[in-house]
Design a protein around this ligand. Structure first.
Ligand code: CAO
Length: 539
């Protein structure tokens, strides 16, 4: 049987913009076969019965009119030949195709007037309901702004404003059944109305629905581009009845899934939204990380003053920003922290032996410089620790430079200045830079450049004490080393216990990027370097 173009209302010709199926495809009754579009509306032409698409008689870009055969449907294997459905069914009146142009029954000519926007000729469509209302009383609309969306079981149609003006009445409600001539809204049009079709101005009396005079019916809204939204005034907020370019089946799916189609990017012809777009949108929303705080149970707000005296102090901007960053990292990165200890007895002996020389050079050498040096060597060995996960989660950005961020405790809050190209610097240079950057941090003299470009961070709390802690990764870096207080501990040397200086280390990493085995290898390598300084000389 032939699949033909149904009654298109006042529209003569429309363009085929999409073939929804291919020759040989099986379709069920009502499955969309092609999509046609006029300058203001689009409509899916469904299969009148189940069957197999035998041949197409049209191609994308063809102009078609009522009665044209678009495809031939054969009976599915083993089934009776496809019969044309009953009379009424044959041509599928598609509300969509129905001219959706606002009908203005106003006489043209005057200055300010109220214009009734009516449902235009919607072809043979029946059971048409209002599914969306994009306006409310008092809204200012521009030409082509969406007013309402109508839908039948086979098509949808957006009714757009023919004229700019203010909505003084919304005469329909969602789910209300409408037909040609139904009063949708009343528009107060200011200025001189155009006498032509589009002109609905003039007179005071709202003209009765006059479908016949209806200005060009406007079927389904074409993609945004097609709607040359005339610039109204440069003033108020135009209630952007965001144009959605999607067919009825897609709209239905979106409603079922609770998807706001204005948020969906269309990949179909002329950015038409397809069912796959809706599904992809849902998938993305379900998998994307929640915005900081979003979707998390909130901590209760408590009136602490009820229980005793309190004092409220403002947090510095540095602390506020630091808190945001920490929260963002904590909720976005699956953290794992791995603990280990390095025997730094020899390192400490060597470091102390440098004291006089360091004083001559005017620098203070702390364990931190050796830690930075050792971390650079370990990062070269394990480049994935010196990387960032691409936002799409599909790529790892390996950085060929090594810039070490160093957490500095300041009265204003935590700051993390960055030692650039740390792997190319000597212990003397690193020591000087640690002193310089921490002094600048505490004196609030750090520049933006000092705070950018880190690839790995170290948070040293050793001078304060503690046996270990779990640092939070400084995202988008993927790992951070926490350093606690060095202690003298008895270590078994194979024959007896020896007093050794032991440095506790805690490596936190983004488990999406670093697996436990790699984290363990990194730590073993790092503690090995710190325990045997000679190995550092090999780097
Ligand atoms: N164990 C024992 N002693 C340590 C040590 C450790 N792990 N690390 C440093 N020390 C010693 C130093 O050798 C120094 O001793 P001397 O004065 O006798 O030589 C003393 O502690 C003070 O060191 P320092 O703090 O001046 O210098 P540093 O290079 O170790 O650290 C800096 C510099 C800026 C990292 C540090 O001052 C700082 O601000 N740390 C706080 C970091 C922080 O707040 N992290 C938490 C962030 S939230 O994750």
């Amino acid at each position: 049987m032939d699949i033909t173009i149904p009654n298109l209302g006042d529209i003569d010709e429309v363009e085929v913009i999409e073939l929804c199926v291919a020759v040989g495809d099986s379709v069920d009754a009502e499955d969309a076969v092609i999509v046609i579009e006029s300058d203001k509306a689009s409509m899916e032409i469904p299969a009148p019965a189940a069957g197999v698409i035998e041949t197409f008689k049209v191609a994308i870009g063809d102009q078609v009119r009522e009665g044209d055969v678009i495809a031939v449907l054969a009976a599915a294997q083993g089934e009776a030949p496809v019969e044309a459905p009953a009379e009424a069914e044959a041509p599928e009146p598609e509300p969509e195709a129905a001219p959706a142009a606002p009908v203005e029954a106003q006489p043209a000519g005057t200055q300010t007037s109220e214009v009734e926007v009516l449902v235009p000729d919607i072809g043979d469509a029946t059971g048409v309901i209002v599914i969306e209302i994009a306006i409310k009383e008092g809204d200012e609309v521009a030409v082509d702004d969406l007013l309402v969306v109508l839908e039948s079981d086979k098509a949808s149609m957006e009714i757009a404003a023919e004229q700019a003006g203010r909505i003084t009445k919304v005469a329909v409600s969602v789910d209300q059944e409408v037909e040609q001539g139904t009063h949708i809204a009343t528009l107060l049009v200011e200025g001189r109305a155009s006498p032509e079709p589009a002109a609905d101005t003039s007179n005071t009396e709202p003209a009765p629905p006059a479908p016949e005079q209806t200005p060009a019916p406007e079927p389904i809204p074409a993609p945004a581009a097609t709607a040359p939204t005339a610039q109204t005034d440069a003033e108020p907020i135009v209630p952007k009845g965001a144009k959605v370019y999607a067919g009825p089946a897609v709209r239905r799916l979106a409603r079922e899934l609770g998807v706001d189609l204005t948020q969906v990017t269309g990949t179909g012809n002329r950015n038409r939204i397809t069912k796959d777009d809706v599904k992809a949108h849902v998938k993305t929303r379900l998998t994307e990380p929640a915005a900081a705080g979003g979707g998390l149970p909130q901590v209760a707000t408590v009136d602490f003053a009820k229980f005793g005296e309190i004092e409220v102090v403002e947090l510095s901007r540095i602390r506020q920003r630091g808190a945001d960053n920490l929260h963002r990292s904590w909720v976005n990165l699956p953290h794992v922290t791995q603990h280990d200890e390095a025997d730094v007895t020899d390192l400490e002996a060597f470091r102390k032996s440098l004291k006089q020389e360091a004083e001559r050079k005017g620098v203070k050498v702390t364990p931190l410089s050796f830690l930075i040096k050792a971390c650079c060597a370990a990062l070269s060995e394990f480049p994935e620790m010196n990387a960032s996960l691409h936002p799409d989660g599909k790529q790892l950005v390996l950085k060929k430079y090594i810039n070490i961020g160093m957490a500095v405790d300041t009265p204003e809050g935590l700051m993390v200045p960055v030692i650039k190209a740390a792997n190319r610097k000597s212990i003397w240079e690193l020591s000087a830079e640690v002193s310089d950057l921490s002094a600048k941090a505490r004196d609030k003299k750090l520049g933006i450049d000092d705070l950018q470009g880190g690839t790995f961070s170290i948070s040293s709390l050793g001078a304060l004490g503690g046996t270990g802690f779990t640092p939070i990764v400084n995202a988008p870096e993927v790992a951070i080393l926490g350093v606690a207080k060095m202690q003298t501990k008895p270590l078994w040397d194979g024959a007896e216990f020896q007093p050794r200086q032991v440095l506790p280390l805690s490596l936190s990493y983004d488990h999406r990027v670093i697996n436990g085995a790699d984290g363990g290898r990194f730590m073993v390598y790092l503690t090995g370097l710190l325990s045997d300084l000679r190995r550092l000389a090999l780097e």
